[in-house]
Design a protein. Sequence first.
Length: 259
Amino acid sequence: MKNFMFILAKEIRSYFNSPVAFVVATIFAVLTGYQFYVIFAKFSQLSFEVQTNPTMASQYGALNVTEMVIRPFFNVVAVVMLIMLPMLTMRAFAEEWKAGTMELLLTFPVRDEEAIMGKFAGCMAIFSLMLFLSLPSVGLVGYFGNPEWEVVITGYMGLFLMGGAFISMGLFMSSITENQVIAAALSFAALLILYMVGYTAGLVGETTGKVLEYLSIMFHFEKFAKGVLDTSDIIYYLIFTAIFLFLSMRSLESKRWRG
């Protein structure tokens, strides 16, 4: 536990001693904030038109702020995470391999799992801060409207679990290369494939389609965004995270043995 806390503190310091955490968090906040403004402005405009136009009122009925603002906003946050988290994780191991500090770390009495989990926890801490920056947007909806708060809670739970999966993938990619750009590109490509694979499910047979849907990262997030907690979706993200953390440990172990 002492080694884990040492690496965790070291990771957080390294992020804030460089512009990485500030740049990634700022871009995340700007992108999600702008998209929230677009979604909320469209909803506000539609609400005004419905109130003043009886024809539209009969067509749209009562507008649901959860369905028209909260859920689309969560989907936007998920897409921005897919873009930004590879930039957060690309330096985790690649920078240390290139700088030669990883060899020094491996000479310390630190187990591979402590090194991996310390870096994973450090990335999760920065990611949690990024998610925190999106809370004012949801708070604004709560101030002007009446969203279903259970959907907000489950939505953030889904984003947190998905973020853990993204970060575990990014750590693995960073552990197999010394180039940060390559690590980020590999992470983004792999996550993009897992994001898009669900859209091809309807183009293949039923059995293959179900397999592709299960592999899709966004498919498992949809229920969270609807306010539904399904243990199969939680297990999917936990297993996904565990697999890539395990692969990162094996990658680190292989480099340790090769010297």
